[in-house]
Write a protein that binds this ligand. Sequence first.
Ligand SMILES: Cc1cc2nc3c(=O)[nH]c(=O)nc-3n(C[C@H](O)[C@H](O)[C@H](O)COP(=O)(O)OP(=O)(O)OC[C@H]3O[C@@H](n4cnc5c(N)ncnc54)[C@H](O)[C@@H]3O)c2cc1C
Length: 458
Amino acid sequence: MNGRRVLIIGGGISGLSTAYYLGKHGIPSILLEKSGRLGGLIRTDVVEGCQLEAGPDSYIATKPAVTELADELPALAGQVIGSNDRGRRIFIVRNSRLIPMPEGMSMMVPGRMLAALRSPLIGYQTKLRFLTEIRMRPRKRRSDVSISEFIGDHFGHEAVRYLTEPLLSGVFGGDSARLSARSVLPRFLQYEEKMGSLIRGVRAEGRSGGAKTSLFRSFRGGMQALTDALADVIQSNTRILFKEASQVRREENGWGVQVDGEWITGSHLVLACPAYVSAGLLAGVAPALCSELDVIPYSSAMLVSLLYRKADLNGDLRGFGFLVPRDERRTIAAATWIHRKFPSRVQPGFAAVRAFVVDPEATALVAASANEVTGLARGDLARLATFSADPMAIRFYAWPRSMPQYLVGHGQRVARIQALTAQQNGLYLVSNAFEGIGIPDCVRLGKETAKKIAAPNG
Ligand SMILES: Cc1cc2nc3c(=O)[nH]c(=O)nc-3n(C[C@H](O)[C@H](O)[C@H](O)COP(=O)(O)OP(=O)(O)OC[C@H]3O[C@@H](n4cnc5c(N)ncnc54)[C@H](O)[C@@H]3O)c2cc1C
């Protein structure tokens, strides 16, 4: 690929996978990462031989991009592990008690009617809604609606409070009254359009085979094994500079990036950083695009990981962990029992817990010390899971403005962003801010972007 040299800003999974797939097309790149380490939000710490994830702990197997990438990376051969789905029970807090989610749920949609009807988590009115929802007629909505409204239309308010909101807080740190049904739950929108009933849609998934393997996957060495493997393999094709990009500009034959006062040039520019960072970089070049990117809100997250000797454990540690609906919440929104979800991550004789703090609590606690947040998280674990043992190690991670929020109308905003980006010859945006919040979406976007750049008119 003569004359092509791609500048990539951001060394998280989005930037690394873009560099990797560019390399497969024979296109060299320069990757800029400001933090001094590659991987972005993906980081695995090893404490007493146990893996504690600082950010994501797994990826969803139903989206194939990470699985396909891992199959190509020699360092990851035989390294993929699945979550222990035999123990995959999730509990929801109601009236300060842990109540299991009904079996067979696909997010907030019941796949097994009998289990849903027997569940003590929800009342008879919601159960009646489940029974009548099956008869709903197909419907095409003219405009995007919030997830609360969408799920409320199908199952009522209680299903929003005790099933939808806690699930979305755990994944997006988001508010279901503001998040977009079309962008966050596109599969369920399709079921509504084709079949009317979400329950029938979920049941049809089950009949068509669905995934028989683990729903969540990771790597023997932890999630960082993925970014380490990529960082290693891209070296032959990519110059990595641990520097911050402070500005970008158009050049006669491509793009320039300012680093430490100097300009580095390339034929193409890929922004693989949060949307608000891209907005700042593009302010002087593409003001309309900058404005659209700047208004994508981000929420913050904090994680407290606690490592215990099993012998010291007490409390209620069934299933994978629990979710806390907003009305029941003091500090944590969710907790995962790491040794139950991924047993191989924790050495025999140890147990590990990871507690999530999301917005609005994460932003409210931004000035609090690690000790203070850890104390609050432990207080919640004691209150909700009667879990009060003394940990032998604690790790605290704060991720301010880390989770983009796909608000109502997000799809239209993304369409405008794509149209405005297309006007900037040689400019590409990859990150989790547009078409999917998870790691598989970032990898897919990196792969598609590399393909576009490699195309004759790219
Ligand atoms: C707490 C938490 C838990 C999560 N759990 C999961 C999970 O279990 N499964 C899942 O699939 N997803 C999960 N996610 C989402 C997932 O982590 C992200 O989608 C993904 O890691 C985003 O990768 P990225 O490369 O787009 O961004 P990032 O990882 O944020 O990388 C962006 C990089 O750009 C760099 N950068 C920024 N500005 C500049 C600049 N000016 N110059 C140079 N470099 C710059 C940053 O330092 C950073 O390294 C989670 C997210 C959070 C916050």
